[in-house]
Design a protein around this ligand. Structure first.
Ligand code: A2P
Length: 316
């Protein structure tokens, strides 16, 4: 059986999900179909990935065929930064539901702790310094709570939040975030954050588990390290007769997080779901502990501008 993360009402989020960030419109429908038809029961989406309509075509087809019910699949999406105002949250969610061709989400996340002016995708030029907006996070959160009350989403949470931002949000609201999605992999363990979430009953999902090597070049640091080619990971993979990708995914599952490797390749989609059939042993884990360099592939530096109240998006 698939490992799952449990929610207070008994709902279960399968530990391994399919990521769709960077999946092209022309290939993502097929990827999601392949995933669902090969045992995936968790798909991770976001409005800003620009492909929710195409992901939705797969949902329509697969659920329409009747072999898999909507209720059997955990579907996550995320609120983009330009829709943080209270009057914008539910309309943005409804657009996502329309694109995904669903009538509810299992989990809706505030994608980043940063608000942009309506219609802004990414701040790219100086002009767009002025695209930042000060919307108190509690205002956005209360609209998320309302979306849950209305039955549009079953669970609500946040993404790319530090402990400091989680604490701040939790101090202002009675309804805690149920889930957090952040970057996590052997170069970025974030043990303190995991411990905080565990104490507070917040389920964690790991993004960029394979190092997101298909990011646009403009997003990459010079000479960024490869996870899939890391000699320690490759050695551990050989030892267990697994692939490097499978070791990275299994490591995330063994830590008790959910993990959302992206692939549009049939062989790798299937391979990734089959990652957790063995235990990484103490020795493996000790070697992987040594890889923690606090290195991020997703720096979020495009959000740190003069008009922004953050000097560092992660409060580090
Ligand atoms: P592809 O879509 O061609 O399979 P992340 O999930 O960290 O964002 O990483 C996604 C990247 O890793 C994509 O380039 C994806 O390519 C590749 N990838 C996915 N699964 C595997 C795997 N099992 N082995 C090697 N590369 C993989």
């Amino acid at each position: 059986p698939l490992r799952t993360l449990k929610y207070k009402n008994g709902d279960e989020q399968p530990a391994i999900g399919l990521g769709t960030w960077k999946s092209g419109k022309g290939e993502v429908t097929k990827a999601v179909e392949i995933a669902l038809n090969n045992g995936y029961r968790h798909i991770d989406c976001a409005a800003t990935y620009g492909n929710e309509n195409e992901v939705g075509e797969a949902f329509e087809k697969v659920f329409g065929e009747g072999e898999i019910n909507r209720e059997e699949v955990w579907i996550t999406s995320k609120l983009w930064n330009d829709s943080h105002k209270k009057e914008d949250v539910i309309p943005a969610l409804k657009k996502t539901l329309k694109d995904l061709k669903l009538d509810y989400l299992d989990l809706y996340l505030i994608h980043w702790p940063v608000a942009f002016k309506k219609g802004v995708g990414f701040p790219e030029s100086d002009d767009e310094y002025y695209s930042l907006e000060e919307v108190p996070i509690i205002e956005t959160w209360e609209a998320m709570v309302e979306a849950k009350k209305q039955g549009l989403v079953k669970h609500i949470g946040v993404s790319n939040f530090s402990i400091k931002k989680l604490k701040d949000l939790m101090s202002k609201t009675n309804e805690k975030p149920e889930a957090l999605q952040v970057e996590l992999h052997p170069y970025l363990h974030q043990n303190e954050l995991l411990e905080f979430c565990s104490k507070n009953g917040i389920n964690v999902t790991a993004y960029s588990p394979l190092g997101s090597g298909d990011r646009a070049d403009a997003m990459k640091a010079k000479d960024e390290p490869s996870l899939l080619e890391n000699p320690t990971i490759v050695k551990i993979a050989k030892k267990h007769g697994a692939s490097a990708g499978q070791v990275l995914i299994n490591w995330a599952v063994q830590r008790g997080t959910a993990v959302i490797p992206k692939s549009t390749n049939k062989g790798r989609i299937i391979e990734n779901l089959a990652s957790s059939g063995y235990q990484l042993d103490k020795e493996d884990l000790a070697e992987i502990d040594k890889l923690d360099e606090h290195f991020r592939y997703v720096t979020g530096e495009f959000f740190v501008t003069d008009g922004n109240s953050y000097s560092n998006i992660y409060d580090e």
